[in-house]
Design a protein around this ligand. Structure first.
Ligand code: NAP
Length: 257
């Protein structure tokens, strides 16, 4: 089998949450570049419109859908819009997420709740909606959740985030067990630190440089470092992979956070 054929996404409809920036925007571009019709979902409509314009200018097909992943009705409408435009979503990239750093002694209740709402509850909710529709349409599918190395290693000031991502890892395995027999594979990517606009100042600063020195591969990640694992899990190349959590971090987890 040729690599281009194995990873070919033609004929697939892929919905990417958190597509307005960072990893999600990259995931949307990569899936579209490999033939998928992409539904780019987030709250910032202007960012999504720019991304869709860029994908279309490159010869791809994409649709922007403005929705809050914490809102079930809005997410149902988003899947309705995706289906009306392209047909059943067969690939869900469950990527929207946030971090509200804060030490355990004084982390506000609202920050804990917001972290769980978006990083955990919404990942479950979106997977459920996507899977219900895949099963109803009688078509196989793939769900790829974005976890983090914080699922496995802890760091000061990140308790809520780390707990939410550990839960995403276990949710991935639980869903894989139940949805596998229905033809829906569920896997996760656990990235290490990757420069995106929310963490750019930190990661490219002094603290980031210190961290980079600890990473066995000697640098902080770039969004493109996840292209291979994304395509592996989303495409037929990953057809026997289910319930796996792929750590992609240059070896960072081996030395702690
Ligand atoms: N960058 C890293 O080092 C790293 C490492 C490990 C894991 N991750 C994970 O990777 C994912 C993407 O992070 P990123 O680094 O790309 O950060 P980012 O640039 O801030 O992207 C976060 C995305 O999530 C969306 N989002 C947040 N809340 C949402 C909501 N309520 N409804 C819909 N969309 C929402 C944002 O869009 P809107 O604001 O437009 O809604 C944005 O597109 C997250 O799950 C993060 O935890 C990142």
């Amino acid at each position: 089998m040729k690599a281009a054929e194995l990873f070919d996404m033609n004929g697939e409809v892929a919905l990417v949450t958190g597509a307005s920036s960072g990893l999600g925007a990259r995931f949307a571009r990569v899936l579209a570049a490999n033939g998928a019709k992409v539904v780019a979902l987030a709250r910032r409509a202007d960012r999504l419109a720019a991304l869709v314009g860029e994908i279309e200018a490159a010869g791809g097909t994409a649709l922007a859908v403005e929705a809050d992943v914490a809102d079930r009705a809005a997410m149902q409408r988003a899947f309705d819009a995706a289906e009306a435009a392209f047909g059943t979503v067969g690939v869900l990239i469950n990527n929207a997420g946030l971090a509200r750093p804060g030490r355990a002694l004084d982390l506000p209740e609202a920050d804990w709740r917001a972290t769980m709402d978006v990083n955990l509850d919404a990942v479950w909710r979106t997977a459920q909606i996507a899977a219900q529709r895949m099963v109803a349409a009688g078509r196989p599918g793939a769900i790829v959740n974005t976890a983090s190395i914080a699922a496995f290693v802890v760091e000061r000031g990140l308790s809520a985030y780390a707990v939410s991502k550990a839960a995403v890892a276990q949710l991935t395995r639980a869903l894989a067990l139940e949805l596998g027999p229905k033809g829906v594979r569920v896997n996760a990517i656990a990235p290490g630190y990757i420069v995106t606009e929310i963490n750019e100042a930190f990661l490219t600063g002094e603290a980031g440089q210190r961290m980079a020195k600890k990473i066995p591969l000697g640098r902080i990640g770039e969004t493109g470092d996840l292209d291979g694992v994304l395509l592996l899990l989303a495409s037929r190349a990953g057809r026997w992979i289910n319930g796996a959590i792929y750590t992609v971090d240059g070896g960072h987890n081996l030395v702690g956070a």
